[in-house]
Design a protein around this ligand. Structure first.
Ligand code: GL1
Ligand code: MG
Length: 216
């Protein structure tokens, strides 16, 4: 029986994915390297450092640890310019309704995000108080697709994986949730989200009943 729902943040609760990507593009242009084709989809859901490793994997040049640290720092600086402007108007359509309905139905709620900016974003969205637990990129040592972030969220909620459903927009996130033993809803196109138990094109289409049914 469903007892908890664990939400990814970027691309699920708020539409920040393009802003992350634009920050990567800006720093890549400044550093004089290009972003490989299709990389946007590949880095979705990965931690900042894991994203950088994917981005530079096939570049002709080598990057020193110092250069990598500078790139990561600058990418975050650009992204934080966007984060500062986030308000409650930036909640994805339908996300707040779903969160409220799940709470009213007695479900426990958590966020499991690889982003180290997750808490400030949830505060700016005026949603943080609605969650029983938040696990973010500051608390994990392994990036999605590793299940660590989901296992920590389940631990914080004290709910078994078999009684929880994850909501994700990234292939790496779905793999992480599945590896944690959870059912998972994919938000987006089934072309990228083949591993999900249910795919919907937007969170607005998702109902409490869909999640209860998935939870078994
Ligand atoms: C990190 C990456 C982003 C994105 C998020 C997870 O966020 O940099 O590109 O993959 O993790 O959704 P942040 O930089 O905020 O820690
Ligand atoms: Mg995401």
């Amino acid at each position: 029986m469903l007892r908890a729902v664990v939400f990814d943040l970027d691309g699920v609760i708020t539409d920040s994915t393009d802003h992350h990507f634009r920050s990567w593009q800006r720093v890549a242009a400044e550093e004089g390297f290009g972003l490989p084709e299709g990389v946007s989809e590949q880095i979705k859901g990965l931690t900042r450092r894991a994203s950088l490793e994917v981005i530079i994997r096939n570049q002709d040049r080598q990057f020193t640890e110092q250069e990598k640290a500078r790139i990561l720092e600058r990418k975050n600086q650009y992204y934080q310019e966007f984060v500062k402007g986030i308000t409650s108007d930036d909640v994805m359509p339908g996300a707040k309704r779903l969160i409220r309905e799940l709470k009213a139905a007695g479900q426990k709620l958590a966020v499991a995000s690889a982003s180290r900016n997750a808490r400030i974003i949830l505060r700016n969205l005026a949603l943080i108080d609605l969650f029983d637990a938040v696990v973010d990129g500051n608390e994990i040592t392994k990036s999605k697709p590793d299940p660590e972030v989901y296992l920590k969220a389940l631990d914080a909620l004290k709910v078994d994986a078999s009684a929880a459903v994850a909501i994700e927009d990234a292939a790496a996130g779905i793999a992480a949730a599945k590896a944690a033993g959870m059912k998972c809803v994919g938000i987006g196109s089934s072309r990228h989200l083949a591993g999900a138990d249910l795919v919907v094109s937007s969170i607005d289409e998702l109902s409490v009943e869909d999640l209860i049914e998935l939870g078994g």
